[in-house]
Design a protein. Structure first.
Lengths: 385, 313
């Protein structure tokens, strides 16, 4: 058994510190002194760097400090992973590009061609994070009017077709959403590996689709018992459907030399959250089951950061500090490593970690936390057996 | 008139070149240390840099269903040639128009607004069926039109809504900072009545294939009239395969398709096209790397010298 650790490329800008919410890396905030990519020259002009220059640094930091790649998220106001990945292909060596995308937005044969071409450009470093949609108004923003369960049906067919034309030079398909007659990738493209598929979604429709096509089932961090149950349910349900799932967790860390320092950063970050941010995260409409599970934590109502400590070294207010899941790990390097080891012992096969600022924290977590991992996990695994 | 000259990167041409698996084998006594990571994309990047170093304004990445995807190639070489305009050609069947626009905007943001969009001519029915494209023959032009309306709509308006036959959006449109960059210039092709009418409504540049001067003049006049009715102005361009050699004799020995001649003869002919109102030149020749140097070094200066006085006059 080996455990894969990925990092994350923040595609909506980044903060210089977890203590402050201002997006001072990238151009999501007005250009001001101290901003990076773009920055200001001594004359007050745009220095010509673009956010991709910052993302390139994060990818290189992640690969040199031990991560095998990075998740590249996709939302309405982010840059797009299908553009970021080929732009960085030639500047990275081993970094795997985990591309978040919604299958409905691409023609499946075109997606196969795009992916095989990217595999050739990167030496096989493409990974899929298949998203089937948070639903609600945002789906129509994207131009997608399909219902929740239809979207999962479409995802299943999309992957049927993508894998079909990839493996078979004369592939035909007659589905509800897609039809193909005698399709197939050209031989130079078709001999590339199909990217590993990471899949999300908590509903039954999602699990059916995952059982057929996914390699990894990806979840946000949830309270550990809840997560253990979820993984057990996923593995059981997909096994019954004839699939085999590895399970992965996406989690933010605030790892510091001491626990005290880690909580100090959380406290200051929490105190700096604006009312506007609280209001924005409060009750966004969605038909995503996963988002609803996280919303139950109610971080927007907390008055003190301590109210959001759900277990030792687990804090439920990360979505106040930046977009994304609420629950994350806070502690000393040893405590963070112990938490991750516990997750491994509870059946986690891979991780997507992140910390703010993503560039410097890639080094810190790679240098300080990853080397501590594994010993405790082995003991725990033996105890479990 | 300012002319823009692009080099054509044909991803399907010489398709064994720089493929790790297609390398000519050396005798065992000769040491070969190349790894599989030195591959076709290094060759693409070298063609892009050749075009940049020899004075081309941009790179046109042709759409070829049997080879690498043009948009991946475009992004993969973009940072190797930081000043070139890069125009991938792709069909309107790629998927969601919103998603295509979002990718275009990312490219514009991250690569200093150097992207162009060339919409590939629609493929025949069998090719479309192989590519999971279910749109009927008679609807293809309408699909391309809606694709462009929606892509430009989400880029330029917020909120943008559209309920059409092929695409549906509600409350769409990009926010800052995504909406700060320009939409890529749109290059369209085709000489059918419908294709010209579509260009009159939506093209920034209409591209012609190589054709006799009188025929090109006819199309340009027709399209000018159509565009005038739409209250629009558009540029003209040509996709021009070349065989350029030091002498016309050597050029005619090369039995390839395309305009053949000495450097001066080629420059004369291209200047004649410029006089017709064509100001976007997409030049191509094989092999794509060496010929970029030849044409960049010997034809481009001659062409620019011929066009410059016309501009002054």
């Amino acid at each position: 058994m080996s455990i894969d650790f990925y990092w994350r490329l923040p595609t909506h800008g980044c903060h210089a510190s977890v203590r402050r919410g201002s997006y001072d890396r990238g151009d999501w905030s007005p250009l001001a002194p101290g901003n990076q990519a773009p920055g200001l020259t001594a004359d007050g002009e745009d220095d010509g760097y673009r956010y991709i220059d910052h993302l390139a640094e994060i990818a290189k930091a992640a690969e040199v400090s031990g991560f095998i790649g990075g998740l590249i998220p996709s939302f309405p106001n982010t840059d797009d992973p299908w553009v970021i990945s080929p732009l960085l292909a030639r500047e990275t060596k081993s970094f795997r590009f985990m591309i978040a995308f919604q299958p409905g937005f691409l023609n499946p044969v075109q997606a196969a061609r795009l992916s095989a071409s990217l595999q050739r450009a990167t030496g096989g470093r493409t990974v899929y994070n298949i998203i089937t949609g948070g639903g609600g108004p945002s789906q129509l923003w994207w131009g997608d009017s399909f219902s929740h369960d239809d979207r999962y049906g479409r995802t299943t067919e999309f992957l049927d077709v993508l894998k079909g034309v990839w493996k078979d030079q004369d592939f035909s398909y007659d589905g509800r959403f897609y039809k193909v007659e005698h399709g197939g990738l050209p031989p130079l493209l078709g001999r590339e590996e199909i990217p590993e598929i990471w899949f999300s979604g908590s509903s039954d429709a999602a699990l059916q689709s995952a059982a057929k096509h996914a390699d990894y089932y990806l979840s946000w961090l949830e309270p550990f018992d809840q997560l253990t149950d979820k993984f057990a349910r996923v593995k059981e349900r997909t096994a019954a459907l004839g699939g085999e799932q590895k399970c992965a967790v996406r989690v933010d860390l605030v790892a510091r030399a001491t626990e005290e320092e880690a909580w100090r950063d959380i406290r200051i970050g929490f105190e700096n959250v604006s009312d506007e941010t609280r209001a924005r995260w409060r009750g966004q409409p969605t038909d995503s089951v996963g988002a609803a599970r996280q919303a139950a934590l109610k971080p927007t109502e907390a008055k003190r950061y301590e109210e959001l400590i759900v277990a030792p070294n687990l804090w439920g207010g990360f979505n106040l500090l930046r977009g994304g899941p609420a629950l994350g790990i806070v502690g000393s390097y040893e405590q963070c490593a112990a938490k991750l080891d516990e997750l491994i012992a509870r059946g986690t096969d891979a991780f997507i970690l992140a910390g703010t600022p993503h560039l410097e924290e890639a080094y810190r977590v790679g240098e300080e936390v990853l080397p501590l991992l594994g010993r405790k996990a082995e003991t725990l695994l033996q105890a479990a057996e | 008139m300012t002319i823009r000259i692009y080099w054509q990167l044909d991803v399907a041409a010489e398709n064994g070149r720089s493929e790790p698996t297609e390398r000519p084998r050396y005798q065992p006594v000769i040491r070969d240390i190349r790894t599989a990571s030195i591959n076709r994309y290094d060759y693409y990047a070298q063609i892009a840099r050749a075009a940049a170093l020899t004075g081309f304004d941009g790179l046109f990445v042709a759409h070829r269903t049997d080879a690498d995807d043009s948009q991946i190639v475009a992004a993969a070489v973009a940072r190797s040639a930081p000043r070139l305009t890069i125009i991938p050609e792709f069909p309107a069947s790629v998927g969601s128009a919103v998603y295509a626009a979002k990718q275009a905007v990312s490219f514009q943001r991250l690569a200093h607004e150097r992207l162009g969009w060339a919409i590939a001519p629609d493929a025949d029915a069998a090719t479309r069926a192989r590519g999971a494209d279910l749109v009927a023959e008679d609807d293809l032009i309408a699909r391309t039109e809606e694709f462009l309306i929606v892509a430009r709509g989400v880029h330029g308006e917020r909120p943008f809504s559209h309920k059409g036959r092929f695409f549906e959006v509600e409350g769409g449109g990009f926010e800052a900072p995504l909406n700060r960059v320009a939409f890529p210039k749109v290059f369209l092709r085709g000489t059918s009545e419908e294709a010209l009418a579509l260009s009159a409504r939506h093209a920034d540049v209409h591209l012609f294939d190589d054709a006799p001067i009188d025929e090109l003049r006819g199309h340009i006049e027709a399209l000018d009239r159509l565009a005038l009715k739409e209250g629009r102005n558009l540029d003209y361009g040509i996709l021009q395969p070349l065989v350029a050699r030091e002498t016309g004799e050597e050029a005619s020995e090369a039995h390839e398709r395309g305009l053949a001649g000495s450097y001066d003869e080629i420059a004369d002919r291209l200047a004649e096209l410029a006089a017709l109102g064509i100001n976007h030149f997409i030049l191509g020749a094989e092999p794509g790397f060496e010929e970029a140097y030849r044409i960049g070094q010997f034809v481009l200066p001659r062409l620019r010298a011929r066009v410059a006085p016309a501009r002054a006059a």
